[in-house]
Design a protein around this ligand. Structure first.
Ligand code: 9MR
Length: 458
């Protein structure tokens, strides 16, 4: 025991320390839940695909690890990656992504064991007789699924087995083995890893239609035969120009009613470039509608986006002139789709770009004027690089500008940040300006976008 005066001193010191500590450390702000956390609160996962070359991009990896509670290797578990030569298995790249997921506490979706594409030539053009191809297929599925036993929660065992009309695709497997290759692959996967949920996965099956009818009939017949099948993956590669899938929720539900789980496995929503605020708003609505369709079906277990940022999307390489398909832009900034996903998952919109633009005519003479435009980042995250767009209501022309790169086409003006004012911390402003010409009335533009997202004016 301390003598009373020492106890009092000690108490005073401790209290002073507590007060100081409280002053030094601001009260912890409850961070907004991530997409993964919001999905988890609904008993679902929200995941992203990724690919090995992207894992050297530290800011990218940080968001991949924090925002998503599921991860899918986009390429490194495919046949050409895992068994490039017959009987020679390579797991280094797959292991890298799986280990990353484990470190992040993420569920891993394995993609994919049997697919006609990214299939090495030795399989597709090997000319194997049926019995040999069957044993090659079984050995592949068994070896890969065994290697990841207990680590991969869901496997896309068979990928894209259908043609658009709902008939079976003419792959080397179907041609040589008939549709029995599907049951074989599922049985081999079940035997290798009894704990993994086994999926068949395809695209353009998201809505009701001939192709999803084909899948429906297959799953029904597999179930009737007692073949192990736990889930159906709907890739969800959507495009604004082709319309939203036909009655998606109803489609998901009819599969669930067969007694399987369903999941959206490769979601992206592309558009014809350039992106603009209207297209991005429609895209946001679609992301929300897909999410709502999943949440409305109790056996819809989760959603995976096919990578999360336009920086690493497969779309522009395959569909030239299309893109902007993901919820984060090429600079890892959340787009309206991100806020829409959060809202659909029951959260607050979060932290998309939010901005205010004050446009002023600083001085004006008979046919000329000086314009001043103050851009304020009203969001809670930094903006790294920006372009401001607006249209003049009259015949105004920018003749000379400063503090930004200025370009004008017709009435449409784009101002791109200068090297020194591209970063706008939360709450920060920058003022840019120009001299312009006009005739008649010099009416101010009324609408502004920053990085294609609407700003408030004023
Ligand atoms: O994202 C994958 C891309 O990096 C590959 O080049 C491409 C090759 O086909 O495969 C992409 O992923 C596909 C997925 O495996 C199956 N569904 C369609 C996806 C987009 O092509």
């Amino acid at each position: 025991m301390f003598p009373p005066h020492l106890s009092r001193l000690l108490l005073a010191l401790v209290s002073a320390f507590v007060v100081l500590a409280a002053l030094a450390v601001p009260p912890a702000q409850a961070a907004e839940p991530t997409l993964g956390e919001l999905a988890a609160a609904k008993g679902r996962y929200f995941g992203s695909a990724t690919d090995n070359p992207e894992l050297t991009d530290a800011p990218y990896v940080a968001i991949l690890g924090s925002e998503f509670n599921s991860i899918t290797p986009g390429n490194s578990l495919k046949w050409e990656a895992t068994e490039p030569q017959r009987g020679q298995f390579t797991f280094a790249k797959g292991d890298e992504v799986v280990a990353l997921g484990q470190r992040n506490g993420q569920m891993v979706r394995g993609h994919t064991l049997v697919w006609h594409s990214q299939l090495p030539d030795w399989v597709s053009n090997g000319g194997f007789p049926a019995a040999e191809l069957r044993s090659i297929l079984r050995n592949h599925v068994t070896t890969v699924a065994s290697h990841y036993k207990g680590k991969v929660a869901h496997w896309d065992v068979v990928n894209e087995p259908f043609n658009e009309d709902g008939t079976f695709r003419d792959s080397v497997f179907y041609r040589t083995l008939g549709e029995s290759y599907i049951a074989d692959a599922l049985r081999a996967a079940r035997a290798a890893d009894p704990g993994a949920k086994l999926y068949i996965n395809d695209y353009n099956t998201d809505g009701l239609g001939a192709k999803s009818d084909g899948m429906y009939n297959l799953v029904k017949s597999l179930k009737a035969q007692g073949v192990p099948i736990d889930g159906v993956g709907f890739q969800g590669h959507l495009a604004l120009q082709y319309g939203f899938p036909n009655r998606m929720q109803e489609n998901l539900q009819r599969f669930a009613d067969l007694g399987v789980d369903v999941a959206i496995t490769e979601l992206d929503i592309r558009m014809i470039l350039p992106a603009d605020a209207t297209k991005l708003a429609t895209q946001a609505t679609w992301y929300s509608d897909v999410t709502k369709a999943c949440l409305a079906v109790s056996r819809c277990v989760g959603i995976t986006v096919w990578d999360y940022t336009d920086k690493y999307s497969w779309i522009p390489g395959v569909f030239p002139g299309e893109g902007a398909a993901l919820p984060y832009d090429e600079n890892l900034r959340p787009k309206p789709a991100y806020a829409a996903l959060r809202t659909a998952l029951g959260g607050k919109p979060g932290d998309p770009t939010s901005c205010k633009v004050a446009y002023k005519v600083a001085s004006q003479w008979n046919t000329g004027f000086t314009g001043s435009v103050t851009i304020t980042n009203t969001g809670s995250g930094a903006i790294n690089g920006w372009n401001l767009k607006f249209s003049f209501p009259g015949d105004q022309k920018v003749t000379h500008g400063w503090n930004a790169g200025w370009a004008q086409s017709g009435a449409a003006v784009t101002a791109t940040n200068a090297s020194w004012n591209g970063t706008l911390a939360a709450g920060a402003s920058t003022t840019i300006g120009f001299n312009g010409s006009y005739t008649g009335t010099n009416t101010a533009p009324g609408a502004f976008t920053l990085n294609d997202q609407n700003c408030t004016a004023g």
